[in-house]
Design a protein around this ligand. Structure first.
Ligand SMILES: C[S@@+](CC[C@H](N)C(=O)[O-])C[C@H]1O[C@@H](n2cnc3c(N)ncnc32)[C@H](O)[C@@H]1O
Length: 407
């Protein structure tokens, strides 16, 4: 079987590479780029290079300039931020997205390189954003892919539903070019059986459905079915498209079908299994002086607050469990993990029974990275930051396995 040449964008500490290489020896990462815009020190890149080696094919540079060096490849992968993808203006060369919005860098690379397969990752809310024009940003992505000759499938995966230790919900988008067998087969069945074919594809036959089997689906609404051709082009989509996109879907020839699916759940790894069994450093334990901050952050609130303009409003939120229960998976890890705050996990230490934050190794385990993966010389705060940004590696491995069967 031939190699699958992979280009990894926004590589972070290498979640895609680790996940794909565990899926099949055929995946060969031939070029990668990682660059943190606001930092002088490039800790994530250093970690990536420490594991996978440095060289002209492992680049630490803004993708805006690095993209010209990308070699021909079979699979383009990358996790990119949920930003405002709307069209800022039209110039003489056509449309132009807002400055600094990374989707447009990916779009340029696809235009230039036309990789047969593209695998992208984003947060779950990308399907709905922005709130004021529901579904616009994802519609722009689908439209860009369509105009470059791709079909696409997507699925929101909660890692804990498929046997992992974290309830991390991420949208995976897999696109294939019209020269691929995958595209041709889907196009043919959609042509013959239309909506029925799209439904059966999303729920059974797509790569993502094979990687993550479902037990059923929710109701199909009339808005499950969208014809993007009602919009003249990307500028029209950007200005006017407002759609409800469900958690699992397909786009073929600018026709979109989506539906919410019920995962065929696999037992999640409980926090107790991720917790370090040996004594951990004192610094992880909650300090008495901070306890009131922790209790406040985790507690229910119903309080009068003031906006910048001076007007007042009532802020309400429920409590979160404190400490976190050990018999189930963790919540989603953020880049601020371990700082005093509502979203950081607090657990009972295995040895002392005292309350403490997660250690960096526990965070790595929650994402399915090997222990001490980020222990490559970066400050501890950055280890949490990198894990808050990273993927759940075994989820990528499952996609990689299903994909390698059809490439
Ligand atoms: C969501 S994270 C991806 C994490 C990665 N998948 C992993 O498993 O570690 C996005 C990454 O893109 C990088 N990034 C942000 N802006 C960039 C740019 N302009 N050029 C290259 N990389 C950038 C960030 O530093 C961050 O590591």
């Amino acid at each position: 079987m031939p190699d699958i040449r992979v280009v990894e964008l926004f590589a972070g500490v290498g979640g895609f590479r680790l996940g794909l290489e565990a899926a099949s020896e055929r995946y060969k990462t031939i070029w990668a780029d990682q660059w943190e815009p606001s930092m002088r020190e490039q800790h994530a890149f250093d970690c990536y290079a420490a594991h996978f080696g440095q060289g002209e094919n492992v680049v630490c540079e803004d993708i805006k300039t690095a993209k010209t060096k990308i070699p021909a490849h079979d699979l383009l992968v990358g996790g990119f931020p949920c930003q405002d993808y709307s069209i800022a203006k039209k110039n003489s060369e056509g449309i132009e997205g807002k400055k600094g919005v990374l989707w447009w860098q990916i779009d340029d690379i696809i235009k230039e390189k036309r990789p047969p397969y593209i695998l992208l990752e984003n947060v779950d809310r990308i399907l709905r954003s922005p709130a004021k024009q529901y579904g616009r940003d994802f519609s722009i992505i689908l439209r860009c892919l369509y105009e470059k000759g791709y079909a696409a499938e997507w699925r929101v995966i909660n890692a804990a539903d498929y046997g992992q230790g974290q309830r991390r919900r991420r949208t995976f988008i897999l696109a294939y070019h019209k020269n691929t067998e995958l595209f041709r087969e889907l196009a043919e069945s959609v042509c013959k059986k239309w909506l029925k074919a799209m439904h059966s594809f999303v729920t059974k036959e797509s790569v993502l459905a094979k990687a993550f089997p479902i037990s059923g689906h929710e109701k199909i609404y009339t808005d499950s079915w969208i014809d993007e051709m009602e919009y003249a082009g990307i500028s029209d989509v950007s200005a006017n498209q407002r759609v409800r996109l469900y958690d699992s879907g397909v786009m073929m020839n600018a026709r979109i079908y989506s539906v919410d699916v019920r995962p065929q759940k696999e037992a999640a790894i409980p926090l107790s299994a991720v917790r370090e069994k040996d004594p951990v450093n004192e610094r992880y334990f909650l300090k008495e002086a901070d306890m009131h901050k922790w209790r406040y952050a985790k507690g229910a609130k119903n309080e009068l607050r003031r906006k910048r303009d001076g007007s007042e409003y009532y802020f309400t939120e429920g409590s979160v469990k404190f400490p976190d229960p050990l018999d189930g998976p963790s919540r989603t890890m953020l880049t601020s993990e371990s700082e005093v705050g509502r979203s950081s996990h607090v657990i009972e230490d295995c040895v002392t029974g005292k309350l403490r934050t997660l250690t960096p190794v526990e965070c790595e385990r929650l994402n399915g990275f090997p222990d001490n993966w980020t222990n490559t010389g970066m400050p501890e705060r950055m280890r949490y930051y990198c894990m808050g940004n990273a993927l759940v590696v075994p989820i990528v491995t499952r996609i990689g396995k299903a994909l390698s069967e059809v490439i």
